[in-house]
Design a protein around this ligand. Sequence first.
Ligand code: NDP
Ligand code: X2W
Length: 307
Amino acid sequence: MTARVFIDGAAGTTGLEILERLAPRSEFELVVLDDVQRKSADARRDAYHAADFAVLCLPDDAAIEAVALAEGAKVRIVDASSAHRVAQGWTYGFPEITGREKIANAARVSNPGCYPTGFIALLAPLIRNGLLPADWPYVCHAVSGYSGGGKALIARFEDDTDIAYRDYGLALGHKHVPEMQRYAELGNEPVFAPAVIPAHRGMVVEVPLHLSMMERAAPVDGLRQCLQLFYQSSEVVTLHADTPDELLLRRSAEPSDRLDLYVFGAKDGRQARLVAVLDNLGKGASGAAVQNLNLMAGLPETAGLSL
Ligand SMILES: NC(=O)C1=CN([C@@H]2O[C@H](COP(=O)(O)OP(=O)(O)OC[C@H]3O[C@@H](n4cnc5c(N)ncnc54)[C@H](OP(=O)(O)O)[C@@H]3O)[C@@H](O)[C@H]2O)C=CC1
Ligand SMILES: CC(=O)N[C@@H](CCC(=O)OP(=O)(O)O)C(=O)O
């Protein structure tokens, strides 16, 4: 039986990539509104009430409105926005961290943010297993391709090709911080320092660690081994045992739904750098939405993903 999937926001950056991943698949019948109807509340309400699943690829306020439009319908929702990531009644759509069964049975699933995907993937297993302290003041530095800011940031970087680096979030309190704290299971808000680079897609998320200053921290090999065991059955997330001299993002990189993790350590073991490399539009958004949709529809988790 085919499942009807309404993509609300299919003309946007994330929506288009979800469309591309789902269009070739016979398990899904896609519902997409045309340019005249795509912002009509009536047309969207009808689409929600006729669908089995919906993926919200909208700004936060429109995602909240969408959930109200879907009230009373049997539709099950995956929300790519940040509106419901720490909201009651929503399941956090990170299969490797939340557990696949919870997502498979959920009616409301909130996709993780792109930066939190890297941060939580690195820290949650280590903190859960007691290899790093939960009450440490963690810091996260990250860079993202400009598609991470949707159509508006894409237009800005394509219009002004002179921008070499955009530091932002400088007032702190970035909207991703609550989900980073909650799902990495931290006692304190992390300091989050994001930046944008002049590449369309791709992202590096890094957590530097002063291991020697922590009372309870495992050695670098222990951190690596824990992540390797935690993700050993995952086709999407890989802990790399090697420690290359550099990690590169390439402008020409193909879209990818992978998440690659590294643990780098100083020779004397006093400091380490946890690093996640991903595609903000892949496991950071559209790939994650498709992975969640697969689980909710009872299909193979990685169907339609580029790994
Ligand atoms: N880009 C990324 O890497 C990631 C994005 N996300 C999240 O996914 C969501 C979508 O982001 P993204 O695709 O980048 O954003 P875009 O700005 O590229 O796309 C958003 C789309 O939503 C449409 N839209 C806005 N308001 C409404 C409305 N009321 N009804 C129907 N459609 C509406 C826009 O229309 P119009 O075309 O007319 O502007 C646009 O097509 C956001 O919440 C974002 O934070 C999450 C993780 C990563
Ligand atoms: C480069 C850039 O602007 N990135 C966005 C986050 C993209 C993303 O993860 O979307 P959500 O906010 O829905 O999680 C930002 O920092 O607000």
